[in-house]
Ligand binder design. Structure first.
Ligand SMILES: *Cc1c(COP(=O)(O)O)cnc(C)c1O
Length: 521
């Protein structure tokens, strides 16, 4: 590691809190690695001595010690509880991460998901013994079709990005069924990175096109980019700048005229539930992030759930499995042969998807009702606009000060000539007790800050956040550079060398510890 690569302005990476003898800060306890706490010679449990049976590994059995740290039950317990307390969570405070919809997960949903009839069943159980679970999946599917105005739904995709793969695979199958091969997918520049990644993974050439001045896509730009080689368009609505694509119906028509399909990234459905039915807009398929719109927990890579709804044109190509009602009973259709006239493109998951998320999402829908879900959308949009109104005189917006949907986008031009970056501001927000907003996304805005308060925040909480943001913006413009460069000052770790962590990840613990590896370099 050469010293130059490190941000010279940043405080020493990994600097610990030095104020106390122990290194702890109040009851925030420094937590060593499990390997540093435990000892290989001990074990926390009493196991019988192994019998001297001959090993059956054909000479492949391990020769040396396994080297795993042994811990007592209280040691193991404390380690994981302390680590969990270092995690910031929506249950601890405001989590304004734009594009992520960090809304409250109602405890009622959790209670329902833990009912043994849902939590303790096995995917290989006979269908006759899990009729209640299948009925729940059928109900969830009906509600998703009702809310979106679409013909069918695949529940199995396990995240938004997985849903994109599902929808775009169906689009490819639909073209193949017509005997045509098309090689291009249109994606606007403001798209979430998963959109071009999905198209590329399926072997399509991604053709990016810019938005117009106000941050939305124009139908003329789409018409210009269309050709007989375009398989489809991937568009997000509301888009990742928090704006509603108002020309979406004309865009759909322009896409259909050329025999292509319209994939809508529905991750921001939470802003329009009960207000707009995507099916009425000419959309052919769309994923819905249950972990965003319908409040199931997310973060840290899972467990998400990304059902995909399909128009009549694409429904026959939806994957197995799906639930079908047969009189009073429900049947899980697991193979193409069992799918009747439909021609499913295949299957995406070993089983049927994330059962626990299905239960939580349906509990959210039924406890809110149609009016409650519509109000949740309206409140999410109202809260974002409340933040916008409270900050727009001090902070800059890339597409001008226009009403937003569920999230508000700022750029860094208000920090011009301050020598303070978006990154610095995000770190200073941590010192003030807030998880930072989404930064540097979407890429179309310079130094983007994307703030999504969701409907969960009270007016008092929004006022508190606005006050902190105003104080930070004013102190940045007033030249208090130290407050930002040194931030975070009160977190257990100061500013980390994030570039190095990404480029040279140390993923394996070696005897001694990680920093000894550093010394050897
Ligand atoms: C969150 C999000 C995704 C990806 O969803 P995952 O569940 O994280 O895979 C895709 N597009 C947009 C616009 C999103 O906000």
């Amino acid at each position: 590691m050469s010293g130059e690569a490190r941000d010279k302005r940043a405080p020493e990476p990994m600097a610990r809190i030095e104020r106390t003898f122990s290194g702890n800060a109040g009851l925030q306890i420094e937590e060593p690695l499990l390997f540093e706490v435990g000892r290989t010679e001990i074990s926390g449990v009493d196991l019988p001595e192994p019998s001297n049976d001959k090993p059956r590994f054909g000479g492949l059995e391990r020769q040396g010690e396994i080297g795993l740290p042994g811990l007592t039950e209280p040691e193991a317990m404390r380690h994981y509880v302390r680590l969990s307390q270092k995690n910031y969570a929506i249950d601890m405070g405001t989590y304004p991460l734009g594009s992520c919809t960090m809304k409250h997960n109602p405890r009622l949903n959790e209670k329902m998901a833990r009912l043994p009839g849902f939590a303790d069943i096995h995917p290989l159980q006979p269908q006759s013994s899990v009729q209640g679970a299948l009925e729940l999946m059928a109900m969830l599917a009906d509600w998703l079709c009702e809310m979106t105005g679409m013909a069918s739904v695949a529940l199995s995709p396990k995240a938004g990005a997985h849903g994109e793969l599902c929808g775009m695979t169906a689009i490819r199958a639909a073209h193949e069924a017509k005997g045509v091969k098309r090689s291009v997918v249109l994606v606007p520049e403001s798209a979430h990175g998963t959109n071009p990644a999905t198209a590329a993974l399926l072997g399509y050439d991604v053709k990016a096109f810019p938005a117009r001045e106000d941050g939305t896509v124009s139908v003329d730009a789409v018409r210009e980019a269309m050709s007989d080689d375009v398989a489809g368009i991937m568009l997000t609505n509301p888009n990742t700048c928090g704006l509603f694509e108002r020309d979406i119906v004309e865009i759909a028509e322009a896409v259909h005229e050329k025999g292509a399909y319209f994939y809508c990234d529905g991750a921001n459905f939470n802003a329009i539930v009960g207000k707009v039915r995507p099916g009425d807009l000419g959309i052919d398929c769309m994923h819905i992030n249950l972990h965003k719109t319908f409040s199931t927990p997310h973060g840290g890579g899972g467990p998400g759930s990304g059902p995909v709804v399909f128009s009549k044109a694409l429904a026959p190509f939806a994957p197995v499995p799906f639930v079908e009602r047969q009189g009073d009973a429900c049947r899980l259709v697991e193979t193409g042969e069992a799918a009747g006239d439909a021609t499913p493109f295949g299957r995406l998951t070993a089983f049927h998807g994330q059962m626990g998320m299905f239960v939580r999402a349906l509990a959210y829908m039924l406890s809110h009702g149609a009016d409650g879900m519509r109000q949740a959308s309206e409140d999410a949009v109202l809260n974002a606009n409340y933040l916008r109104a409270g900050l727009s005189d001090l902070m800059s917006q890339p597409f001008g000060d226009q009403p937003c949907m569920h999230e508000v986008l700022f750029d860094d031009s208000f920090l011009k000539d301050t020598d303070i970056t978006t990154h610095d501001l995000a770190k200073a927000l941590i010192d003030e007790g807030y998880h930072p907003m989404t930064v540097y996304f979407p890429l179309v805005a310079h130094g983007a800050m994307l703030i999504e308060p969701t409907e969960s925040e009270s007016r008092a909480a929004l006022d508190g956040f606005i006050a902190v943001m105003r104080d930070l913006a004013q102190s940045a413009q007033g030249g208090d550079v130290a407050r930002f460069r040194d931030a975070p000052r009160y977190a257990p770790r100061r500013r980390l060398d994030e570039t190095r962590a990404a480029r040279e990840p140390v993923l394996r613990w070696r005897d001694g510890n990680v920093r000894q590896d550093d010394a050897a370099e």
